[in-house]
Design a protein around this ligand. Sequence first.
Ligand code: FES
Ligand SMILES: [Fe+2]
Length: 387
Amino acid sequence: MELETTLRGHTVQNAVREVGINPNHWYPVSWAEDLKPGAVIPVKVWQQPIAVYRDVSGHLYAMEDACPHKGVEMHKGQVKGDRLTCPYHGWEFDPTGNCAHIPYFPEGQKLPCAQAKVYPVKERYGIIWVFPGDAALARERSLPEVPEYDDPNYFMIPIPGHFKAHFSICNENTMDVFHGYLHENLQGWFNPELLKLKESDDSIQAEYRVYYKGWITKVLGLSTDGGVTTRQVSIHYQYPHYHSSMEGVSSLYLMRLPVGPQETRSFSMLFLRLPFPQWLVNPIRKPLMPLIRERFFMPFLMQDVEMMESEQVNYNRNSKRRYVEINPAIIALQRVIYRQYTQFLQQSSPQSRLETYQAKNGNGSSLSAETEQGSVPTGISVDSSRV
Ligand code: FES
Ligand SMILES: [Fe+2]
């Protein structure tokens, strides 16, 4: 659905800051190179602790990070073949999560039924992905398409991000091209305009026009003399991840991991079409990657991090306070995030709703699924009158 691009005042309620995730999507949990064969690491998707391990032949497995015997964290254990062994009593769990061996159990006797939850897991784009929701849906949900990943004309820079803020705050920052003001001292873009805006059930597509000048235009190959130049920026939010691109220059994928209500991580890939030939770039590819990341990208990101975390600080002080937004792309984005969560709650079983509640709060033991459903805010109320 095409939306109006006019900037005007909306009073936004903060329901979007309270929502959980729709777990029926693939979420990135680690850079693939950080998990060596035979090793196990702890990760968290919306407060669900998961132990991800790799056997010596490179296969990946993901299991809940709690031993079915007494609850010890499984990531403290060891990988034995394709099994994960708990460090406490040595119980071994196979890739289906079944207890397959207890070192002190009488031979010939049937093992107790002790089952750990397992998760679909895969590796793509140098990232490990986990599907925390209904495993039966994992096959039909695809990973984001990243055609630049295998295109030798692009130079890829992986960028990690870690924010002490709710994922809605982080996602709004990416959609919000009007904050070029913040990056003024870094020669960020200026005079942004929202040209087009589309919303679907699970996505937002926004087209902006921005202007650049100064040294950054030379670095990016936008101009030779540093004069004013204009470019179109496309931002595509496909719940729960992002792709933004600047025509003919760069492409940025932000794969989001909501860790908890006030913690989000990002596994981002920046692709640059450098204004140099491949043969010149290839030998210096390795040292160039951190150089571009640290010198050009991180200063921008650090400014953003400060703003996002500052928003969260004041939200924590007063969650009832009303805020004013004038960018319709942000309002549309909030609708998508809110809708994905409520649709998940409506479509899922009481058990998974309860699990989501527990995941969200870290402690849902005394609450029923019905309580959770009842606690969901009734909607993002948008007062579209001018303010
Ligand atoms: S707690 Fe894991 S084997 Fe006992
Ligand atoms: Fe920014």
